[in-house]
Ligand binder design. Structure first.
Ligand code: ADP
Ligand code: MG
Ligand code: MG
Length: 243
C-alpha cells in the first residue's frame, strides 16, 4: 500500500535549487533511511514533505495516500498523518509539554480527549522512554539538554501516533544510553500500519530496527538505493567513493 510518493521533485530555497529531481516511494509498514553528506538536501526534503513555507517547489509532486500534498498547509499534512521531528527542536516558553501534546493531539485527531485517559497514556509513554514524569509540567524544551530534547521529540511522535514519522537526525548529540532509548522508542512506535523515514549519521540507532530501504542523497538527488547492507558499506567507505 502506497503511503508517500515523490516524483521528479525539484525545489529551491531563496532562489537556490537544492533538490534536483528526486523520486522516493515509501509504503505502509516500511522503514526507510536516508543517508548523505552534510548539505546534500536531507532536511530540505523532510521540510518539503511537511510543507515548510520557506521552500519552493519548482517541479514534481509529493503525494500521500494518493492525495497531492503540495497545496496543503503543514497542519493539514499533520492531520493526514505526517509527523516531522526536527533536527533542532524549538524551545517554547509558557507552554508545558503536557499542554502542547494535548493541544497537538486534539488538533490532529479533531476530537476532545479525556484528560485522565490522556494523562495515563502520557505517563505510560514517558515511562517507556525512561523520562521522569516531572517533564510533563515543564515548558517545552526550555532548559532541556540536547538529549532530553531528542527524547521529547520521540515522546511527541509516540503520543501523536502518525502514519508516517520522519526523524531528522533525532539521534545526533545523544550519548549511548539515550541513543538506545530513542531507538527503542522508534521500535516501539513502528508497526505494520505506519512507516518511518529516518535521517541519521549515527547508525547505532538503526541496529535494532528492520530497515527495508536505504537511499543515498547527494547534491539534491538520490544516487543510490539499497537494502540495509548499504548502511555498513557507507559506514566503512563513506560517501565520496560513490561520486
Ligand atoms: P542536509 O540536511 O543534508 O545537511 P540541508 O537540506 O539542510 O542539508 O541543506 C541543503 C543545502 O541547502 C545546503 O547547501 C544549505 O547550505 C542550503 N541552504 C539551506 N538553507 C538555505 C538558505 N536559507 N539559503 C540558501 N541556501 C540554503
Ligand atoms: Mg546535516
Ligand atoms: Mg539536515
Amino acid at each position: 500500500e502506497k503511503f508517500l510518493e515523490i516524483r521528479g521533485l525539484h525545489a529551491a530555497i531563496d532562489g537556490k535549487e537544492i533538490l534536483k529531481g528526486l523520486d522516493l516511494q515509501v509504503n505502509k509498514g516500511e522503514i526507510h533511511v536516508i543517508l548523505g553528506p552534510n548539505g546534500s538536501g536531507k532536511s530540505t526534503l523532510m521540510n518539503l514533505i511537511m510543507g515548510h513555507p520557506k521552500y519552493e517547489i519548482i517541479a514534481g509532486s509529493i503525494a500521500f495516500e494518493g492525495e497531492d500534498l503540495t497545496t496543503l498547509k503543514t497542519y493539514e499534512r499533520a492531520r493526514r498523518g505526517l509527523f516531522l521531528s526536527f533536527q533542532n527542536p524549538e524551545e517554547i516558553p509558557g507552554i508545558t509539554v503536557e499542554n502542547l501534546l494535548r493541544t497537538a493531539k486534539k488538533s490532529i485527531d479533531g476530537e476532545n480527549i479525556k484528560i485522565m485517559a490522556f494523562k495515563k497514556s502520557l505517563e505510560k509513554t514517558m515511562a517507556t522512554l525512561k523520562m521522569d514524569e516531572s517533564y510533563a509540567s515543564r515548558y517545552m524544551n526550555v532548559g532541556f539538554s540536547g538529549g532530553e530534547k531528542k527524547r521529547n521529540e520521540i515522546l511527541q511522535m509516540m503520543m501523536i501516533n502518525p502514519k508516517l514519522a520522519m526523524l531528522d537526525e533525532t539521534d545526533s548529540g545523544l550519548d549511548v544510553d539515550a541513543v538506545q532509548i530513542v531507538s527503542a522508542g522508534v521500535k516501539h512506535f513502528h508497526t505494520k500500519e505506519n512507516s518511518c523515514l529516518i535521517i541519521t549519521h549515527n547508525t547505532k540507532i538503526l541496529e535494532h530496527l528492520k530497515v527495508d530501504h536505504v537511499h543515498i542523497l547527494m547534491d539534491g538527488k538520490i544516487i543510490k538505493h539499497g537494502d540495509a547492507t548499504l548502511i555498513d558499506e557507507i559506514s566503512e567507505n563513506g560517501f565520496l567513493h560513490l561520486k
